[in-house]
Ligand binder design. Structure first.
Ligand code: F6R
Length: 241
């Protein structure tokens, strides 16, 4: 596992963006696995900026997102489709047909089939990840067992509390989401995990300072992948120890 410690969250976002950009520059037809959430948000302006400066084109790039809340329509301000359009897709030359975000408002079973099929036919060169306060990746929440493939996850109490900051109240946070499974995540060619904030220190410690792999801290399964880069800022690294 490669660990990059930066001076600040802003610098971490630049590093993560540069990794994604280097994948696209070396293969203009690359497929990017993307993440939403507060941490990933700072990465997208760098991709947009690189496009505006004509350093890169996303014309032939495909993207697949990790997850989507069940019950939110694509135009809901907190849907992950809306997030991706707002922070990235609307500002670059990507073909919207080449951007896949699972739908949270279609019939669930057919959508699981669609999502699984997309993951088969669009193999990801790289997968960007954030990490939950409980160690979740995508919406693979801690538990006795994890699922390898696409599934509907029931959000953990900790996740609902953490994500309430994006909604008017905690009650409005959807209770379920459609997500890649851990097997799907581990199939990406490269994985880039970006983390910031003291509330992530405990799970980062399990990932970076122990050899243990446990379904109770899903990010520890990343130890099973051979090309993972973890990017964190100095402040978080200090807390991880
Ligand atoms: C988002 C996702 C989640 C987030 C995680 C961290 O698509 O799959 O795993 O990466 O919940 O979220 P933030 O960055 O808001 O702390």
């Amino acid at each position: 596992m490669k660990i990059i410690i930066t001076d600040s969250y802003a610098a971490s976002c630049r590093e993560a963006a540069n990794l994604l950009l280097s994948v696209v520059k070396s293969n203009p037809h690359a497929c990017l696995g993307l993440a939403t959430g507060g941490t990933a948000q700072g990465v997208y302006p760098h991709l947009v900026e690189a496009y505006k400066q004509q350093l890169v084109s996303f014309k032939e790039v495909r993207t697949v997102n990790l997850d989507e809340y069940i019950g939110l329509k694509p135009d809901h301000p907190q849907s992950y489709r809306h997030y991706m359009d707002t922070y990235f897709f609307d500002h670059v030359d990507i073909n919207p047909l080449n951007t896949y975000i699972p739908s949270g408002s279609q019939l669930v079973q057919p959508e699981i089939t669609n999502f699984s099929r997309i993951l088969e036919i669009w193999p990801r060169d790289v997968q960007l990840l954030g990490v939950g306060v409980n160690g979740h990746i995508g919406f693979n929440e801690p538990g006795e067992v994890l699922q390898a493939g696409v599934h509907v996850a029931t959000l953990d109490e900790a996740t609902i509390k953490a994500n309430a900051r994006f909604f008017a109240s905690e009650a409005e946070v959807p209770k379920t989401a459609i997500t890649m499974g851990v097997g799907n995540i581990l199939q990406a060619g490269k994985i880039v995990l970006l983390a910031t904030g003291s509330q992530k220190a405990a799970v980062l410690q399990k990932l970076l300072t122990s050899d243990e792999v446990t379904t109770q801290v899903p990010c520890t399964l990343l130890k099973l992948h051979r090309d993972v880069t973890v990017i964190l800022d100095r402040e978080l690294a200090r807390q991880v120890g």
